[in-house]
Structure formats: structure tokens, C-alpha cells
Design a protein around this ligand. Structure first.
Ligand SMILES: [Zn+2]
Ligand SMILES: [Zn+2]
Length: 251
């Protein structure tokens, strides 16, 4: 039998709903304040900084994903079950992610994003510096907040039509780009927000070089826990090997 994600308690669902409402509200209010203020910085500069924030969010999604996939043990106290195990489960049984509901998928990122947005509201919005910083934070948070939702859409063979259009336009992570990550050894295309950083990071072998540096400094071997977790479920996993997509294109 394949492993599955833990079900979340009603209390955590309520907490995640509050976090999502707070993050969404704070983001909307930040954009509204920026829109309503007399711009001191050139509009093109504001847009460029917001786009830079979106790139930074995609990069951060890749770094977090890489760390969780590559290092640590899913049996570690507290952190292992809550943060690392979902990544192990996702490689062995990617379809289980499709079963997770909206709050479960998006709540955790909202909890991390809401405090950043709350701090951004302390920025002075009258000067060019404050406005540019606010634009950067807004671009970052607008991109990072739906990261897991975008990831789930990339696993759907028939996402909503407007989502499929965004995927085709390259504005969010596309299904083919993400399925590359699901080929063993799950070491490509870590960025899962827009996927914009993936081609460049792959070209310069960014994560391979980082892994070599970590191994040199610590002696740790990358993905050793991911490998051993997969081997536990090998008899089932072999029915649908991660390096060979099934008829539906899932890895
Ligand atoms: Zn992964
Ligand atoms: Zn995935």
C-alpha cells in the first residue's frame, strides 16, 4: 500500500482558514494602499521591483523544496512528521496530493506569509523607497501565497480552463515542467511557484553544486532519507515507477 498524507484536525483547519483570510486581506490591502498612493517612483520601476519579488518567491520555493527533499529524516522529532514526511510521501504517491483540500493545501504557506505582509504595512508609503519595498513584498507574497495551489494544479490532468491558460502562458508552473521533477531521483525543477527560475538554475547546476558543498562540509549524503523511504514502499512503487509517467502523465 502506498503512503498517504496525514489528515488535518478541525482545529488546524480553523487556524489555516484564519491564516488564509489574514494573508489574503493583508495582501489586498497592501496593493490597494500602493495603488491609491501618489507614486514617487517611476511606474516602470515599481512594476520591475514587483516582478523581482515574484522571481524571488519562485527561487525561495525552490530552496525550501530542495532542503526538504534532500536533507533531514522524516522520523526527526516534530519537524520530521510535520514538514519532511509530506515531501517523502509526495514522491512515492504524488496522486495523494490531489485528495488534499483547499485549506490543507494553502494554509501553511498563508501562516508564513501573513506576518511578512503585516510588517510590510509598517512601511512608509509616501516616499519612493517605501513604495518600491512595498511593491517587492507584494510581488513576492502574491507569488508565494498560492505556491502549493499552483503545485496541485500542475498535478491535475484537467485543471480549470483559466488555470490551463495561465500554465500555457508560462505565468504559473506548468504540468510538463513539474513532471520533470517527479522523475527519479527527483532532483530537477525544484521551483514550484512560477517555475521561472528552473531553466537557469538547471543550466548552472545550482542545486548539484550546493549539494556537493554541503556534503563536503558535513559529510551528509543528499536524498538518503528520500531513497530509504522509497525503498520501504518499493513493491507498490514499482507498479508505477517515478521515472516513468503513467498513461495520464503522472509520475
Ligand atoms: Zn520534490
Ligand atoms: Zn509534485
Amino acid at each position: 500500500m502506498l503512503p498517504a498524507h496525514d489528515d488535518i484536525s478541525e482545529r488546524r483547519q480553523a487556524l489555516e482558514a484564519v491564516a488564509l483570510a489574514a494573508a489574503g486581506g493583508l495582501l489586498g490591502a497592501l496593493v490597494w494602499r500602493l495603488w491609491g498612493s501618489e507614486l514617487q517612483a517611476p511606474p516602470l520601476a515599481v512594476l520591475a521591483v514587483a516582478a523581482g519579488g515574484a522571481f524571488a518567491a519562485d527561487f525561495v520555493s525552490g530552496i525550501v523544496h530542495w532542503i526538504a527533499d534532500t536533507w533531514g529524516h522524516e522520523t526527526m522529532p516534530v519537524f520530521g512528521r510535520r514538514f519532511l514526511r509530506p515531501f517523502r510521501v509526495h514522491h512515492v504517491n504524488p496522486d495523494d496530493f490531489l485528495r488534499r483540500r483547499f485549506l490543507d493545501v494553502n494554509g501553511d504557506v498563508a501562516m508564513l506569509t501573513a506576518p511578512i505582509l503585516a510588517l510590510a504595512h509598517c512601511l512608509p508609503m509616501r516616499g519612493a523607497t517605501g513604495q518600491l519595498l512595498a511593491a517587492g513584498v507584494a510581488g513576492f507574497c502574491a507569488t508565494i501565497l498560492p505556491t502549493n495551489q499552483v503545485h496541485q494544479w500542475a498535478h491535475q490532468s484537467a485543471p480549470p480552463r483559466w488555470v490551463a491558460r495561465l500554465q500555457r502562458l508560462g505565468l504559473i508552473l506548468s504540468r510538463p515542467a513539474h513532471l520533470r521533477h517527479h522523475r527519479a531521483p527527483h532532483a530537477a525543477n525544484y521551483c514550484i511557484a512560477t517555475g521561472w527560475c528552473n531553466p537557469f538554475l538547471e543550466r548552472i547546476q545550482f542545486f548539484r553544486r550546493l549539494e556537493r558543498a554541503v556534503t563536503r562540509w558535513t559529510g551528509l549524503q543528499p536524498r538518503s532519507d528520500d531513497e530509504s523511504f522509497r525503498q520501504v514502499f518499493e513493491p507498490s512503487a514499482l507498479l508505477n515507477p517515478p521515472d516513468r509517467p503513467d498513461a495520464d502523465g503522472n509520475a
